[in-house]
Design a protein around this ligand. Sequence first.
Ligand code: NBP
Length: 481
Amino acid sequence: MKANIGLIGLAVMGQNLVLNMNDHGFKVAVYNRTLRVVDEFLAGPAKNTQIVGTYSLEELVDSLESPRIVMLMVKAGDVVDQYIDKLVPLLAVGDIIVDGGNSLFTDTNRRTAALKEKNINYIGTGVSGGEEGARHGPSIMPGGNKAAWPTVKPIFQAISAQLNGDPCCEWVGDNGAGHYVKMVHNGIEYGDIQIICEAYQLLSEGLGLSADEMHSIFAEWNQGELRSYLIEITVNILAYKDEDGQPLVDKILDTAGQKGTGKWTGINALELGIPLTLIGESVFARCLSAQKSERVKATQVLPKRSKAFTGDKQVMINAIRDALYAAKIISYAQGFRLMREASKEYNFSINYGEIALMWRGGCIIRSQFLNDIKQAYNDNPELENLLLAGFFVDAMTRADEGWRIAVILAIELGIPTPAFSSALAYYDGYRTERLPANLLQAQRDYFGAHTYERTDKPRGEFFHTDWTGHGGKTASSTYSV
Ligand code: NBP
């Protein structure tokens, strides 16, 4: 019997996805550049399964039923192109290549188009949930050439996480849409992590709470509207003791790593001109944390604020919870707003409600809150911004006061909360009818004859003023970059 699917790349994600597929009754053929890994896998985790090892791409392709599905779970970048180049001569019209790695969506746009020319159907899919998700049910976000979807769908929907009987896997959209949505998912993950860390620092540095006390607070928060996987693991991390009985978290060096998907999300937001401040600040917060030795030097030069918290701790704990919830809403509102723009710009035809559904299970950002987002898009699929949906208007109104109190505390004590604070600035900016961009436009016209529109004239009519009396009458061209 031929295999249902072939998978290349037996590192942590590949191995676990293969075992997951095997559990669901699919026969999988596997290949890996370092052939020893194939043998080790067959003799180890894949022992007593129907998984088939292969030792060349020809053997892998020959072992597959038609139309063939070959899935890549390898390092993103050139490696994917190299495998595609080697696979194409071995494949037939209508065969399918799936890239399940964290590829840049523009690469997936390019690969989908190039393979369409060769009558090979390409899918670029986000796979989220790490090792555990891959093994027992990830969130899977496929996009690309939709002609391939009916063939791949039964496998992907069977192995994905399931929530109330719904698979956390649905067609995301055309071309690089799957990888785009995975990129934004990762950006949102950066944001969720950062705001939890800011709450943690306000509780520990600001209110002087111990890891055990914070464990209880986060555990309580995890029972309500903040209920999520990332809060849940924070609860467990805070309870974890080192060999000497002290909290392990206190001994971990405060320099954060990153692999680039948060940065890509920020870069794309800048390119599309969409404010994505919370995710941007989250990436920069990791960058600042990495400048450890410079920060240590700075503490010896720059005076520290010496104010201590004196108020009611429980009131402040509630305020910090409100700040966390409000900032989270802002982050998702910004992320979904970005996807809306991208869908237009790159012809992705993204279905936002389906994305919220896919993220509810299996992935790192899974949370109760995604049900509310799904509901908002069910009610209005054309929603411009989540902040305009009734549920979120109420939620923001309730959290507003506490959020400000928490940010004021941070400012007073000199505790950095870049995500909480910038999210608040975005919120206040978003609901301000008249921003100071009138003065900004005047300045641009003053120094560069860039022109401005007037409040007392129709939109689209541009004016230039000779502000100094000795400028020219010629205006600069009006265009956006
Ligand atoms: P890695 O990202 O570490 O990739 C390892 C695989 O790539 C191995 O099979 C390795 O083969 C192969 N490979 C490399 Br590295 N360089 C190669 C080359 N020049 N030619 C051929 N093969 C090469 O593995 P992973 O962490 O399992 O991730 C796989 C993909 O899934 C990545 O794109 C990753 O970003 C994405 N992803 C990872 C996670 C996660 O939690 N780890 C989650 C979601 C998505 P070898 O054995 O011969 O070195």
